[in-house]
Design a protein around this ligand. Structure first.
Ligand code: FES
Ligand code: MG
Length: 573
């Protein structure tokens, strides 16, 4: 009998001849694994977010089969396991409330089990950061496979983008430019295949972040879900993760500070979602990398937006894939990237993209002739947002990027819904709409309600945008001059809580400032009279509000920041 320390953590379960090894092997054999499979080959955990409550990930059982093929081909031992899945469209009060919970599920499932390497199947918005965060805290060799976007929506002979089209058409109905019947017709036309939203919403943005971090094979982000090249990429990823285990290519070797800087730049170039800000901050936090809100402005705001895809542009993810996808974008901005960054295929980012072709310059523009010269995410500061707020200038109306207006305040989302279409509401297009109590603690979970629909009476004038400010997030598929993630949030006693209707607010994105024109003395008086809103008193929501960090830190739970690695826990019997 050898007393040598087992080479792989799975051998702490499956190796040896004692009572415990009997139990671990015997119970596994009932799934059809002959005795020789326990010989120390890499055990690959396939972390699956399949769920019919997550329509965007409902094709993941098939996808997992291709992964397994690849793992077996490379001599690995695939074991698929489910984790909590977060369906953006169904889950209330917001899928974001459960991102951190799902990440705990992922982390503990990996650490507590005989797993040597991990393949993450991620799709719908929050499933990607949740899995990346959980896996990062374990730091095993890990590779990501995204579910892929849907095929373009088709409505009455035209392309229609998921999410973005909903926001647009619902405003058209309210403005009297579209009938209810037409609106209902569009329901069956928008989401017509498996996959995630096919705009550059949060799902495609985060898939692009995974790819630009180097955590997937090149090309992973944009292949449409029904395109069989997606299945082949899954199979190749299955093969590759086995090799990564043999090479001991752990996440910390790929997800370095340079990798995060690359991702931030790619986010600007693709016109990515503001949600990437909170998610990358949280993932970096799990890696022990000090990423700051200011890094987004410093690294991204000089960047051009090259990708003409909704919501910033015109086309959809299917077009983006045919045009060359993320590798083509990264090749175009390669002078602004850390090309030595190591990626999951064992090659450097620079090697991966050096020959990446672009097939359509309408969809992926050049740095010399960009789609929008200044993109990225701007970080605003001021007495209304001492710890920062974010805005995506590429999705805003240029004329509103510097705007002074009278605040019209809504105390929470119910207050907003009750009054927004009231003809007596004192509001016009020059006002600034302010929404409170929609941040991490306030909603709770920081819902995507920041892109407040405009008042009907303003829409009827043909106005399509107004300045809006909140502590909420907005859907990655949304657009407008929308200031988000105001920190500290209202429910935590941030200055946003003190704004009153009639106050003047000055937004100046060029100066990166957000100023409430109320004296410090008056704000102190208002603060003395302020009382916090009631908080949940049991269950996960209670744990969440007691421990969630503010948006500028990534909205992770304070005790989850950092990593515990994946040491083998003590035996269970
Ligand atoms: Fe699932 Fe958009 S709702 S990806
Ligand atoms: Mg969303």
């Amino acid at each position: 009998m050898t007393t040598e320390k087992p080479k792989r953590r799975s051998q702490a379960w499956f190796g040896g001849q004692d009572r415990d090894a009997f139990v671990h092997r015997s119970w596994t054999q009932k799934m059809g694994h002959p005795a020789d499979e326990f010989d120390g080959r890499p055990v690959i955990g396939i972390c699956n977010t399949w769920s019919e409550l997550t329509p965007c990930n409902s094709h993941f059982r098939e996808l997992a089969e291709f992964v397994k093929r690849g793992v077996l081909e490379a001599g690995g031992f695939p074991l698929e396991f489910p984790v909590m899945s977060l369906g953006e469209t169904q889950l209330r009060p917001t899928a974001m409330l459960f991102r951190n919970l799902a990440s705990m599920d992922v982390e503990e499932s990996i650490r507590g089990n005989p797993i040597d390497g991990v393949l993450l199947l991620m799709g719908c918005d929050k499933t990607t950061p949740a899995l990346m965060m959980g896996a990062a805290s374990c730091n095993l060799p890990t590779i990501g496979v995204s579910g892929g976007p849907m095929l373009n929506g088709k409505f009455r002979g035209k392309d229609i983008g998921s999410g973005t089209g909903v926001w647009m058409m619902s405003e058209m109905v309210r403005a009297g430019q579209m009938t209810q019947a037409e609106f209902t017709d569009a329901e069956a036309c928008m989401n017509r295949s498996a996959g995630t939203c096919m705009t550059m919403g949060t799902a495609s943005t985060m898939a692009s972040m995974v790819e630009s971090l180097g955590m997937s094979l090149p090309g992973n982000a944009a292949i449409p879900a029904p395109d069989t090249r997606r299945n082949r990429l899954a199979q190749l990823s299955g093969r590759r993760i086995v090799e990564m285990v043999k090479e001991e290519l752990t996440m910390d070797k790929i997800m370095t500070r340079e990798a995060f800087e690359n991702a931030i730049r790619v986010n600007a170039a693709i016109g990515g979602s503001t949600n990437a800000v909170v998610h990358l901050l949280a993932i970096a936090g799990r890696m022990g990398i000090e990423l700051k809100l200011e890094d987004w402005d410093r690294l991204g705001s000089e960047m051009p937006c090259l990708v003409n895809v909704q919501p910033s542009g015109h086309y959809l993810m299917e077009d983006f894939y045919y045009a060359g996808g993320v590798p083509a974008v990264m090749r175009e901005i390669s002078s602004m990237l850390h090309l030595n960054a190591l990626t999951a295929n064992g090659r450097s980012l620079g090697q991966n993209i050096e020959d990446a072709p672009c097939y359509n310059r309408e969809v992926i523009k050049t740095v010399e002739d960009p789609f929008k010269p200044h993109a990225g995410i701007a970080i605003l500061k001021g007495n209304l947002a001492p710890d920062g707020a974010v805005i995506k200038p590429s999705a805003a109306t240029p004329a509103l990027l510097k705007h002074r207006g009278r605040a019209v305040v809504f105390e929470d989302i119910e207050d907003f819904r009750a009054r927004i279409d009231d003809p007596a509401l004192d509001i016009d297009e020059n006002c600034v709409m302010v929404l409170k109590n929609c941040g991490p603690k306030g909603y709770p979970g920081m819902a995507e309600v920041g892109n407040m629909p405009l008042p009907k009476k303003v829409l009827e004038k043909g106005v399509t945008d107004m300045v809006r400010i909140s502590d909420a997030r907005m859907s990655g598929t949304a657009y407008g001059t929308v200031v988000l993630h105001t920190s500290p949030e209202a429910a935590a006693g941030g200055p946003l809580a003190l704004v009153k209707s009639g106050d003047m607010i000055m937004l100046d994105v060029g100066e990166r400032s957000l100023h409430l024109e109320v004296s410090d003395e008056e704000l102190a008086r208002r603060r003395a009279a302020w009382t916090p809103p009631p908080m949940p008193d049991r269950g996960y929501a209670k744990l969440y509000v007691e421990h969630v960090q503010q948006a500028h830190l990534g909205a992770d739970l304070d005790f989850l920041v950092g990593s515990s690695g994946a040491p083998v826990p003590r035996e269970s019997h």
